[in-house]
Write a protein that binds this ligand. Sequence first.
Ligand code: MTE
Ligand code: LUZ
Ligand code: MOS
Length: 751
Amino acid sequence: MKNYDTTRHVRGESLFADDFLLPEGTLFASVFSSSIAHGKIVSLDISEVEKHPGVKKIILAKDIPGQNQIGGIIQDEPLLAENEVHFCGQPIAIVIAENLLIARAAKKKIKIEFEELTPITDPREAYAKGMLIIPPRIFSNGNVDEAWTQCDVLVEGTVETGAQEHLYLETQGAIAFPTEGNGIKIISSTQGPTATQRAACKILGLPMHQVEVDVMRLGGGFGGKEDQANAWAAIAAVSAYVTKKPVKLILPRQEDMRMTGKRHPYSIDYKIGLTKDGKILSYEVTFFQNAGAAADLSTPILDRTLFHATNSYFVPNVKATGLCCRTNLPPNTAFRGFGGPQAMFAMEAAIYKAAAKLGIDVSIIQEKNLLTEGDEFHYGQLAENSKARACWNEAKEKFKFDEIKSNVEKFNRENQLSKKGYACMPICFGISFTNTFMNQAGALVHIYSDGSVGISTAAVEMGQGVNEKIRLVAAEIFSINKSKIKIETTNTSRVANTSPTAASSAADLNGKATELACKNLFERLVDFVKDEFGFSASSKIEFEDETILGDGNKIDLTWNELIQKAFFKRVNLSAHAHYAVPGIYFDKEKNKGNAFAYYSFGTAVVEVTVDCLRGTYIVDSVKAVHDFGKSFANVIDLGQAEGAIMQGIGWMTMEEVIYNSEGKLLTDALSTYKIPDIHSAPKEIEVHFLENSENPLGIFNSKAIGEPPLMYGIGTFFAIQNAMKAFRPGKEFQFSAPLTPEKVLLGLYKE
Ligand code: MTE
Ligand code: LUZ
Ligand code: MOS
């Protein structure tokens, strides 16, 4: 299967923001940022920079024509720091020069003095000092306090999860062009063109019709450009607005790593209560979310953590508390899974600890508590069409859990310094933006008079294959060769008021909008054929491989001829459609409602081998049965599953974001921040498509795939820990991710 971009990608012909041919006179921006995590700006001297040859302009907070504010949900984030700085890497000044080298060299001449204040980097410390961004959020049902008394066993503990750097191949960036009448056009590497448009409008003090945002494609986003592309686009925009010249800003990798937020690290307290045969009765959990210095998307991310507090299990009594803690780190942001993975890691940790105390197999507790049809989540929605047990049962049978267990035990009996471990990992992920209003999209479809088709939607292509999916939708409805269909750039003037490409729902939302628009055109063409060829109103007109059938008989008319005829008869060959997900709502006061259109389910089993002399490990295999609904793009979906699994393994094992106590990022390059390469990929990944799954709320009955499989990676942590237990039976290990080789070694040998 060829993806929409395949040919251009392999020939190096695909255009990214950095590849745009620039008009003569384009200027280049570089961002001067804070070197400390918390402090007051005592003095700022730019006089030396202004004298630097080739420097055209320096922009400070006071030069911003509109509001110095880019907070999307909570208005707590200045674009440029004015009196205080709140994180290391916070933008303070924009240096604009005739070329990039000058801009970067000149900014070193800025003289700044700070009065340093003590930074907070730990969310629990922030909480203790009252630094909450919003009041505590609580999702609950039943009564945990009453339920504890009915439990045979109670365990409690603490869990830590680490940050994760997005490391999209293409760093953040934008190019802004002044347009007629003081407007701005921005070419941006953003997942959310409308959010970028809004941020630029606020900074410039312009109405939205004066700012056009255009997105060709992204070299990866992974959530890192859902909100955080806005700042760089706004910086390019204000630079172009002030200088009246096109201005380009592309972040160098190290600045990108230092200045942008990551996946939220969490510190978590849990308490779980079960009967002696492993039925979970009660679960209480408190999430200390390290939000960083501004809210960004932390509040909806925290909500998704609360939604997914019980992962794929039914728990009758739940109290989940979310604390959004302000610290002096770069504002943390969306990252594939959006707070869900942290919640699921905590739930699994609780189950592991309970299993150890009960002296039973973890998988017994997992299996016993899986969601069954119609179980109620703690926020009131029912697990309808639950495939949790179907996936588990099929995985158990197909991958032979019993055999894996006995093979691992046999290996461990026969090997002293090398130990194997395995873990089962069921997942359940809700599909929809949890902010109900965001679940809408638009499509604009033009059939040109030569029969070729151009489609614009709100979806942003970032490697996940959404363009190919949208092309397949149109090709299916018109029954034309997909080579006739072009997917246009994502542009706010063509499709307005869009939600970001996020929440795994771009293919569903934009695919459905495309389906509606194409069906609309199809109906017009059917009516035209009936009129033109004398068919009755009740006749059946079909399109098949670019030919037209009337009541089952071929009409002497190709697609191209039909379109040309329709054009000359003044048929409207363009259609816009809007799609809004039906049936969802959520009461944010009571924290109850049907937040999700549907759920994505699956079960994976992960096997690892740990070298107990070195602390190193290899992932032998990840095998999963995943519910893709009825996939209509199998190769893309499989690629998404495999990529997400890798990213999940990276988060759980080797990717370690380290800030020192002064809030300075130490892992700001690929020499110090390790991501999985081909050598650390599982030797085997096998993802099986669950059969007989239908999903009318997904495009063509498929299910969203972008994020859910990431959470299979969590199994890797527990598989490694199980291998460690085989080496040191009886030793208690901490649930602190990532489980790097250093931590494995210390865990095995340090008392
Ligand atoms: N796949 C690639 N190759 N690159 C990406 O940046 N982002 C992921 C996922 N898969 C991403 C990706 C994230 S975070 C999301 S939310 C979904 O793609 C968004 O696209 P979709 O809604 O079309 O699945
Ligand atoms: N973004 C968002 C998301 O704004 N709301 C969500 O619920 C969400 N979920 C997953 C990923 N991004
Ligand atoms: Mo994905 S975290 O919703 O961009």
